[in-house]
Design a protein around this ligand. Structure first.
Ligand SMILES: NC(=O)C1=CN([C@@H]2O[C@H](COP(=O)(O)OP(=O)(O)OC[C@H]3O[C@@H](n4cnc5c(N)ncnc54)[C@H](O)[C@@H]3O)[C@@H](O)[C@H]2O)C=CC1
Ligand SMILES: O=C(CO)COP(=O)(O)O
Length: 325
């Protein structure tokens, strides 16, 4: 069986490696022809995932026709901002799996990545995989677990069989919204966690941030139609822990850089995608329209987009009205 991974960044390459290890024929589509050629020539993704050899059954290409011909599943690992424009002109696959952790604010309101994929391709069979999954560890087959969610249970089970293996335990879920929202919102909180690290505010501060943020994520997610239990699972709490504490996390690292004075332009110029920067903007736009308060998310927005100082924003959060937990 053949599967196609669209997007040859760190995460697309890591998941392509998981699929190749299962003996599948794997096409890895890279946007730039020179990137596909470099992957092919070096049998390594030196730009985004150095130090890991690509096996022979993993075939890099920049041709969408070649990548998608005869495929059973397209696994999408393109940054959220480029998702619709990347997929729309490509040949269609029978089903899609979203690996992208982001949120968009469109004319339809807040839009999850599986919805962006369905709209861009016209294909309704779309699943999402999310969990505490840092690409650098998964690519080295260090043990990890994840959740695949789809409205159609058969699709989630198909992905579970295709990607699950000795180092990667995959659970299924019916809560597509919950799995996607947990993965998107934790990136915003990881920016805040990075600021806590950069300002050396301490372990108590980070634990308080993550705990109160989880409450905020649950409140928001349930209002969006997700199930609260999903946020206490791998794609919620699990990913929140991994991303807020890992030295590999680009979002947490970006928060540290912000605390040391990095600007939005500098973050956007990074070769590696920092999704939290776009997710927080979408959430802010939604909050303005809906009137729903997301205090921690709003604090991150004020620092990233209004250039306010993290310590001043923190002081506002600490000074909010006293209330029961
Ligand atoms: N790196 C990780 O550990 C994980 C990442 N993710 C998610 O996967 C998605 C992809 O992230 P990574 O693979 O880590 O990215 P990356 O930061 O390693 O690489 C960026 C990728 O995006 C491509 N790209 C940049 N601009 C583009 C554009 N305008 N059009 C098309 N492609 C473009 C680059 O060529 C490269 O392949 C993100 O949504 C991220 O949140 C999810 C789980 C783990
Ligand atoms: O989603 C991730 C881990 O599950 C990766 O997080 P970063 O994008 O912050 O590196």
């Amino acid at each position: 069986m053949k599967i196609t991974v669209i997007g040859a960044g760190a995460w697309g390459t890591a998941v392509a490696l998981l699929a190749a290890q299962k003996g599948l024929e794997v096409a890895l589509w890279a946007r730039r022809p020179e990137q596909a050629e470099a992957l092919q020539a070096m049998r390594e993704n030196r730009e985004y995932l150095p130090g890991v050899a690509l096996p022979a059954n993993l075939r890099p290409t920049s041709s969408a026709d070649e990548a998608l011909e005869g495929t059973a599943l397209a696994v999408v690992a393109v940054p959220s901002r480029a998702l619709a424009q990347t997929l729309a002109p490509m040949p269609k696959a029978p089903a899609y799996l979203s690996l992208t952790k982001g949120l968009a604010y469109t004319a339809h309101g807040l839009t999850r990545m599986s919805q962006v994929i369905a709209e861009a391709t016209g294909v309704e069979r779309v699943a999402a995989l999310s969990g505490p999954n840092l690409a650098e560890e998964i690519a080295r087959f260090q043990p990890a677990a994840s959740v695949v969610a789809a409205a159609e249970p058969g699709l989630a089970q198909q992905v579970q069989k295709l990607l699950g293996g000795p180092s990667f335990r995959v659970y299924t879920s019916r809560d597509l919204a919950g799995v996607e929202l947990g993965g998107a919102l934790k990136n915003v909180i990881a920016l805040a966690a990075g600021m806590v690290d950069g300002l050396r505010l301490g372990d108590n501060a980070k634990a308080a941030l993550m705990t109160r943020a989880l409450r905020e994520i649950v409140r928001f997610g349930v209002a969006q139609g997700a199930h609260s239990e999903t946020f206490y699972g791998l794609s919620g709490l699990g990913d929140l822990i991994a991303t807020c504490t890992s030295l590999h996390s680009r979002n947490r690292g970006a928060g540290e850089k912000i605390a040391r004075g990095a600007t939005l332009e500098e973050l956007e110029a990074s070769k590696q995608v920092v999704e939290g920067v776009y997710t927080v903007k979408a959430l802010h736009a939604w909050g303005q329209e809906s009137g729903v308060e997301l205090p921690i998310t709003e604090a991150v927005y004020r620092v990233v987009y209004r250039g306010e100082r993290p310590l001043e924003v923190l002081s506002d959060l600490m000074g909010r009205e006293a209330k029961p937990e």
